[in-house]
Design a protein around this ligand. Sequence first.
Ligand code: MN
Length: 263
Amino acid sequence: MNASALISGVATAIASGAISVVDLTAPLGPDTPVLYLPPQFGKNTPRFKMHEISAYDGNGPWWAWGWMELGEHTGTHFDAPSHWISGKDRPDNTTDKLPPRDFVAPAVVIDCSRAVAEDPDFLLTAAGVRAWEAEHGEIEPGSWVLMRSDWHHRNTNAQAFLNADENGPHSPGPSVDCIEYLLSRGAIGFGSECVGTDAGGAAAFEPPFPAHALMLGQGKYGLASLCHLDKLPPKGALLLVAPLKIVGGTGSPVRVLALTPAG
Ligand code: MN
C-alpha cells in the first residue's frame, strides 16, 4: 500500500470508529498534582494557575481569554533530554529542536497494575520486561514503553498521587536494569502514570532517577502523569505526543493521544 493510501485508510478508519483515538491526558488545572522535592534538592515547580484577561466584559467586550502560569513539568507532560544533567550537552535536546517524527511512535504497555496494587513501591525490572516480551513479542526499536500501574486513579487527589510519608514518596517505576534493558531494545522513551517517570524511591538508586539519568542521557524521552493506559492493548497502539515548541524547553505539558484498534 502506498503512503497516500495508508494515510487515507487511517483517516477512514478513525471516521468509521475502527480505530479509536484514546486520550491519555490528565485534566490540567489548579488541582493538578505536581512533584514535591525535599528541600535538599532545591526549588519546586509551581502549580498550574489560570489568570483571566477578559471574560466578555470591560477588559474585552466580545471575547474571553486568559494567561497561564505553569511549570514545564506539570500534569501529563513530556521530558526532553535537556531536562537532566546527563542530557544537557546532547545536540538538539530541547523541545523546539526535537525531530517531529519522534512525536509519532508505537507504544507497548506493560501491565503492572496488580503488582502495584499490592506494593506501591513496585519496580518494573529487566526480568519483568523480558517476561512481557516472552508473551507479547520483542519490543521494537523506536517504541514508547509505558508502565501501566492504574496509578492515574489517584490523579484527582494529590496526597494519594504523591503517596509520601516520612521516608519519602512511595510510587512505582522502573529499576535501573529495566531502563538499561529498554535502551538496549532501542526504546524511544519511558512513560508512567505517576507524577514523574521514576519510582518514588528512585533518589536512592544507583544511578539515582534512572529513567531520567539514563533515558534522557541517551537522547530519549519521558512521559509522566499518563492516564487510561488500561484502555490500550499491550502492543499495537500508535502514540501522538507533541510537546509545545518552547524555545529552550526542558519539557512541556502535552496532550497524549493513542490510536488503537477499536474493540
Ligand atoms: Mn518531567
